[in-house]
Design a protein around this ligand. Structure first.
Ligand code: FES
Length: 273
């Protein structure tokens, strides 16, 4: 059992929790994830490690309330316990040799992008962060990004905060201004990552995406998280979650994601009753 040390509501649908998990905190790296179950019979959900404190022995997760399990998790409070908390899983984001990077996050994907921006910044890499949200109410981690970036751009779809537009508009502007990035790292909705990759392909900038498909066992055995990358089948849980974005078949990944939506909606409605 894993104790919830703190809970913070970041926006109406996104919550941050700090969990006591010393063994995971000892080894976790940005880009890796954990799989949790709220109770014995619960669904397994993968969540990226948003932060860790090796001394305190805690791991921070940030999740969006999108279904039955995340709704139940959100009903927990400080002092409550999570049944299973397994990790760290997946490969850490590769940061070796990078000098200038654009980190592009969308919505709750910013929770995954932030620890990467922070690590790069701490390593002395020049970090340009571009984050995007649908509107002002959904903005998260603004100060965290600001404090760990050399350039920071916040975009909203409706212009209610920051600049009006998409992350791709801001990224293209930065590239056109002459910024030459060793790499773009992008994390967010599949459709956003797809368009970021289309843009960076045009400018020939290497792009890493973090894929977060449905996961069940997290060990490469069930096939639930399979993706096509460069024409080959890959498993996000063991081969990723980071992949070369120019090789990912996003259309297939979006189709697979859709398959579970209806089921998830029913489960969510039942959990709310
Ligand atoms: Fe089962 Fe990846 S979650 S193979």
């Amino acid at each position: 059992m894993y104790k919830i040390i703190s809970k913070q509501v970041l926006n109406p649908t996104v919550t941050k929790m700090e969990i006591e998990a010393p063994l995971i905190a000892k080894k976790a790296q940005p880009g890796q994830f954990i799989i949790l179950r709220t109770d014995e019979n619960g669904e397994r959900i993968p969540l990226t490690v948003a932060d860790y404190d090796r001394e305190k022995g805690t791991v921070t997760i940030i999740f969006q309330i999108v279904g039955a399990t995340t709704n139940q998790l959100n009903s927990f409070n400080e002092g409550d316990y999570i049944h299973d908390f397994v990790g760290p899983l997946g490969k850490p984001t590769e940061t070796e040799g990078l000098k200038k990077v654009a980190v592009v996050g969308g919505g709750v994907g910013c929770a995954i992008a932030f620890p990467i921006a922070k690590k790069l910044h701490e390593m002395g890499v020049e970090v340009h962060s571009v984050v995007g949200f649908r509107n002002k109410d959904l903005v998260i981690l603004e100060d965290d990004f600001k404090n760990n970036s050399d350039v920071f751009k916040l975009m909203t779809d409706d212009g209610s905060y920051g600049e009006k537009g998409l992350v791709t508009n801001a990224l293209e502007e930065l590239i056109k201004e002459g910024n030459q990035y060793d790499e773009v790292i992008t994390i967010g909705p599949l459709i956003m990552m797809k368009f970021v990759c289309q843009l960076t392909k045009k400018y020939d900038v290497k792009t890493i995406v973090s894929m977060n498909p449905i996961m069940i066992d997290g060990t490469g055995m069930c096939g639930g998280c399979r993706l096509t990358v460069g024409g080959e089948t890959k498993f996000a849980c063991v081969d990723g979650p980071d992949f070369d974005g120019h090789l990912v078949d996003f259309d297939e990944a979006m189709k697979r994601g859709q398959m579970y939506k209806e089921f998830e909606r029913h489960a969510y409605e039942e959990s709310c009753n």
